[in-house]
Design a protein around this ligand. Structure first.
Ligand code: HXC
Length: 276
């Protein structure tokens, strides 16, 4: 596999453009931030936790990339509007929104508290809508733009203990298709990416049950058999990396994505299609 610093794209492919990436300071979001910035974009990392966005910003600045960061909880619609207006005023434009912020955890549906359901649905689905709605007038006014939202593949089949996240991501898919049609006249392309198994820290956290919940720590058990899992369950035989996903986002942000809207790209080594 190529090292993460290598890219298949021309280094100035996205020069002069501005992107805002929610949850862009860790995991897949960080992979997207790094690739887009290395292709010449100014990347604004927007996330809840300074330990994510500040560290990520400093790490990318140290590579000579053009990056800034801002605190944002995508559940807070007023704050979303303020941040997005600020970014577009500061940079004079906003070419790409990546709705990547997500909160997920395994929990049995029968006992999921109203607040637990709300936390995940508000981050994954409401957050995607809040940010998309906030960039609309800016992108309309500048003659177009791109939105890419992070979905998943777990809702393509039944996925026990993830009712909240699967419902939210199914909503993200529906939103993607609807906004694509509704906003095409303004030349706003709206697409989604659906990553498969990529062992980031966020996924590890999502798999780790609360203490005393009585739920087995399946991820801790699975990490001992990572290679075996990839051989048995992923047709292309390996786990994914943030770069696998970031490549698709870069393509969608480039002129190559001009005639693509309403599409949901599965990037999973064939995992969801294979025997579960
Ligand atoms: C059961 C849980 C829980 C868990 C939180 N809750 N974690 N219930 N099991 N593991 C419940 C809490 O008890 C509470 O309900 C409610 O959810 C809200 O929790 P808070 O911690 O108060 O909320 P908040 O600070 O907003 O954080 C919620 C969160 C958190 C965002 C969901 O888990 C988090 O910060 N996660 C990190 C980000 C993340 O999850 N990324 C995942 C990316 S990976 P009560 O009733 O007690 O008030 C990904 C792919 C996953 O998306 C694919 C997996 C296969």
């Amino acid at each position: 596999m190529a090292p993460e610093s290598d890219t298949i794209f021309r280094p100035d492919l996205l020069a002069g453009q501005v992107a805002l990436i929610t949850g862009g300071g860790s995991g897949i979001g960080l992979g997207i931030s790094e690739l887009l910035a290395s292709l010449g974009m100014h990347v604004v990392i927007a996330s809840r936790k300074p330990e994510h966005f500040d560290v990520a910003r400093d790490q990318l600045l140290a590579q000579g990339l053009s990056v800034s960061s801002i605190a944002l909880d995508v559940r807070d619609q007023e704050r979303v509007r303020t941040v997005i207006d600020q970014v577009s005023q500061q940079h004079g434009r906003l070419d790409l929104l990546v709705n990547n912020a997500a909160g997920n955890f395994y929990a049995p549906s029968a006992t999921l508290s109203p607040n637990a359901w709300k936390a995940v649905v508000e981050i994954d689905l409401y957050g995607t809508f809040h940010c998309s709605q906030a960039v609309y007038p800016i992108m309309k006014q500048q003659g177009g733009g791109r939105i890419v939202s992070t979905s998943m593949t777990l809702h393509y089949r039944g996925w026990p203990q993830m009712a909240h996240a699967t419902a939210a991501k199914a909503g993200v898919d529906a939103l993607t298709r609807t906004l694509a049609v509704e906003w095409a006249p303004e030349r706003i392309r709206v697409n989604a990416i659906a990553p498969g198994p990529i062992p980031t820290e966020g996924v590890r956290k999502a798999f780790t049950p609360l203490p005393d919940s009585g739920i087995p720590d399946v991820f801790a058990a699975a990490t001992e058999r990572m290679e075996q899992y990839a051989r048995d369950r992923i047709p292309l035989g390996r786990w994914g990396t943030p770069r696998d996903v970031a490549n698709m986002v870069a393509f969608l942000a480039s002129p190559g994505g001009d005639w693509i809207t309403g599409a949901i790209f599965v990037i999973d080594g064939g995992e969801w299609l294979a025997k579960s």
